[in-house]
Design a protein around this ligand. Structure first.
Ligand SMILES: [Zn+2]
Length: 306
């Protein structure tokens, strides 16, 4: 399997003391290197192109984020800020998902994990928000549709926060099935079960404290069967690990083993419908030890079916 990252993703900062810190990616990379996983092919993530970004984002957002006259620190919203490295980090994060999609579509690899930041799933067509600048997973999905002529791409999101940006981007795009579990009543406030787009949006809001039993039930009884019926040609995963019980930003009470479980289920779906093709990209996860353990469990499960 492929593993995409880029050193610039470690240089982006929202400011001192911010939960979405460079240390997050550092611990994930350290865990993946130390684990010495067999069959992992490390690749440097390329920059996304303007054409790739424009498939899902308005020119005004590109100009705002890529502004070359960037001062050292810019606050884009109360939660989201940039330093002089952030624009390139965001380009590498989105570029990673596009390159990973190319790799699995061209059968250079079966699966890929993008160890990148900033995260992306809150970024809407027009707005950077919630620690996200560009919506990397959506840029990758749109790239897979356009560059590889796909008709059915599933975007799966198990971050504890609802992927409102991804939902907005694909609200009217029946070639993309967006399936999300998230904690009800927290940021960004969207993701009710009756938000359905053109029938291609599936939301499973879960109450605080749900734990692995309700998480697995939501996926096993509702979301996974719908993805199965959709018969995706490619599965993309917004892999946030902030539903872990130790995470300071939420309270869904998952364990690392729950991430291994959902990953194994998704790998099985990919094997059934699309020759195993699955690309995962890091979203949230704000407790460093929990993130390290959960991301490693996720990647091990991605490898498990290889
Ligand atoms: Zn999150």
């Amino acid at each position: 399997m492929r593993l995409y990252s880029h050193p610039t993703c470690l240089l982006h900062s929202n400011g001192e003391g911010h939960a979405e810190s460079p240390q997050r990616l550092a611990v994930v990379l350290e865990a993946l290197h130390q684990a010495k996983l067999p069959g992992v092919d490390w690749q440097e993530a390329p920059l996304a192109t303007r054409a790739q970004l424009r498939r899902v984002h308005a020119d005004a957002l590109l100009e705002q984020v890529l502004d070359v006259a960037t001062p050292r620190h810019r606050q884009l919203d109360p939660d989201t800020a940039m330093n002089e490295h952030s624009a390139r980090a965001a380009l590498h994060a989105a570029g990673a998902v596009c390159a990973a999609a190319d790799a699995v579509m061209q059968a250079s690899a079966t699966r890929a994990f993008c160890a990148v930041r900033p995260p992306g799933h809150h970024a809407t067509p027009t707005q950077a928000m919630g620690f996200c600048l560009f919506n990397s997973i959506a840029v990758g999905a749109a790239h897979a549709l356009a560059a590889h002529g796909l008709a059915r791409v599933a975007v799966v999101d198990f971050d504890v926060h609802h992927g409102n940006g991804t939902q907005d981007i694909f609200w009217n795009e029946p070639r993309v099935l967006f399936a999300s579990s998230h904690q009800r009543g927290i940021y960004p406030g969207t993701g009710a079960a009756d938000e359905r787009g053109r029938g291609n949006i599936l939301n499973a809001p879960l109450p605080a404290g749900s734990g692995g039993i309700l998480f697995r039930r939501a996926w096993g009884e509702r979301l996974l069967p719908e993805i199965d019926a959709f018969k995706p040609q490619l599965i993309l995963v917004s892999a946030g690990f902030d539903a872990h019980r130790l995470d300071p930003l939420a309270g869904l009470m998952l364990e690392a083993d729950d991430y291994a479980w959902i990953t194994t289920e998704l790998v099985a779906l990919a094997e059934r419908h699309c020759q195993g093709r699955l690309v995962s990209s890091l979203e949230g996860g704000y407790h460093l030890d929990a993130l390290r353990e959960s991301a490693l469990a996720h990647v091990r499960a991605l490898l498990g079916g290889a």
